[in-house]
Design a protein around this ligand. Sequence first.
Ligand code: ATP
Ligand code: MG
Length: 254
Amino acid sequence: MTTVISVTNQKGGVGKTTTAVNLAYFLAKSGKSTLLVDFDPQGNASSGLGIDKQALQQTMSEVIMGRTTLDQVVVGTEYQNLWVAPTTPQLANTEVELAQAEQRFARLRLALESLSIEYDFIIIDSPPSLSLLTVNGLIAAQYVLLPVQAEFYALEGLGQLLETMKLVRRASNPTLELLGVLPTMVDSRTTLSSQVVAEIHKHFPGKVFNSVIPRNIRLAEAPSHGLPIGVYDRFSKGSRAYKSLAKEVMERVQ
Ligand code: ATP
Ligand code: MG
């Protein structure tokens, strides 16, 4: 049984990609075969794992338009149990093309169903919008992992995401579930941060992960080296936090 988790929040820069990359890494490190699907035209998840996007012949764009299979674009990483389905900025054009296509909302789901290898986990990194691509992610997933940045406007706009999830449930994916809410970039020294974390708990009772991701410069540095935090600096606070998140995720999906 594969567990498919979409890391989603239409707000930009809240830590979706950082979470997708490092969660995928630590799941793989725990022995779970894991596929990270980069589904954001920015392609940050691909570069965060050191994938050279220039060298790629085919990416998620071709998969989504049915020009190749997902199996064909999956590439291995330097890490055991961890694979990536990479993306380039071309995916932005593909999204326009996709808007006219048949079954345009289900393309990612169909692609995942066509995989010949059964992964334990598939982690989808979504773009910062409630676009066609994001909806494809929600339709393909069993769970949503929602990173929320510990800042003043953090909860604004989340109602819209929950509404979209409701529509997706009604239309085609009745079992879609919120796996958990993850406070990110938390600065425990500021009262604002702790107030926002308290707000998040109030808004999503019982749904907030115990793991909290601190604001940590090592997490911000790691992608420029193309490394997950567990490799770049495994003793950093950020690394410990994502390791603990992976453990919690494995417990929650059981
Ligand atoms: P986008 O919406 O553009 O896809 P995102 O939600 O994927 O953004 P990230 O790219 O993960 O967000 O993070 C935004 C920026 O903040 C990046 O430069 C990243 O390195 C940095 N960052 C993420 N998490 C942390 C953290 N816990 N501490 C410090 N910096 C962080
Ligand atoms: Mg991102």
